[in-house]
Ligand binder design. Structure first.
Ligand SMILES: [Zn+2]
Length: 274
């Protein structure tokens, strides 16, 4: 079977090496993983998630009486934090997720990117464009997602300035003109059914808590409330890990209808007792 996220990671290494504007990126601090999403459903093809956003200022939710406008209850104080992801002894700064099988079926004809490429450009270039696009979201100043970011650290549609798409297309053309080995990007030429037929299946790295993954979470903080008479709603307990390691990475097979976990192979250097 083809390990799709591994192939994307290898491609990213080559892109970063050949693209001066992306050469600051240290891919040891980036984890590529798969999320499930059908081809015929609306939604993103890929997302860049930043894990370096600082802890938020303390805040709380509140509820008002609809007629009087009076405060009726509030939540406990909380701060919003990024989980920590440590892989290979390194703190991961960015996660890039690819939505499978949807991403495998992305085509230039059905994308508004088509205007950025000359006529006759092969359809799969839309996928290479998406890979470069997500890398371009990695901020050289390490302040989060390049340009604007959502409070949950994910990519916002507003984080694309007017030139973002043009700059990405220019980098894609520059990469292809630099003479990369087609073996590095050939896998993008096939759609999901083509990949499944050729390789017997498509697998990808996912997190143990699939379909979830490391996301910003709210942590309770002890601060006094101004009105002691006001009813305080407790925050929901944290149900997702706040620390992830390589042990939380699982390989799953993606099919048209679902994602299934594969049995774990013994790690290199480990021996299973006979
Ligand atoms: Zn984007």
């Amino acid at each position: 079977m083809i390990n799709y996220t591994e192939r994307i990671s290898l491609l990213m290494h080559d892109v970063v090496e050949r693209t001066p504007r992306l050469s600051f990126i240290d891919l040891k601090e980036v984890v590529v993983f798969g999320r499930y999403g059908r081809t015929d459903a609306e939604g993103a093809f890929a997302t860049c998630h930043c894990l370096t956003l600082p802890e938020s200022e303390p805040g709380y939710y509140f509820w008002r009486d609809r007629s009087t406008g009076e405060l009726t209850r509030r939540s406990e104080w909380f701060v919003t934090k990024s989980p920590q992801v440590r892989v290979g002894g390194r703190d991961i700064k960015y996660l890039v997720s690819f939505v499978l099988p949807r991403f495998c079926d992305q085509s230039l004809e059905r994308s508004r990117k088509i205007d950025l490429y000359p006529e006759g450009t092969p359809s799969w270039i839309a996928k290479l464009d998406t890979v470069v696009h997500e890398l371009y979201h990695i901020d050289p100043d390490e302040t989060g997602i390049r340009r604007v970011s959502r409070s949950d650290g994910s990519d916002s549609p507003r984080s694309h300035g007017p030139l973002f798409y043009e700059e990405v297309a220019a980098m894609v053309k520059g990469y292809l003109a630099s003479g990369p080995d087609p073996l590095i990007y050939d896998f993008l030429q096939e759609d999901f059914n083509g990949l499944t037929a050729r390789h017997g299946g498509v697998v990808a790295t996912t997190f143990k808590n699939f379909p979830s993954f490391p996301q910003r979470y709210m942590e309770r903080v002890n601060l006094p409330t101004s009105d002691p008479m006001l009813k305080i709603e407790p925050l929901k307990p944290i149900t997702q890990p706040v620390l992830y390691s390589e042990d939380d990475l699982h390989i799953r097979q993606f099919t048209d209808g679902r994602a299934r976990r594969l049995p774990r192979l013994p790690r290199k250097g480990q021996h299973r007792a006979a």
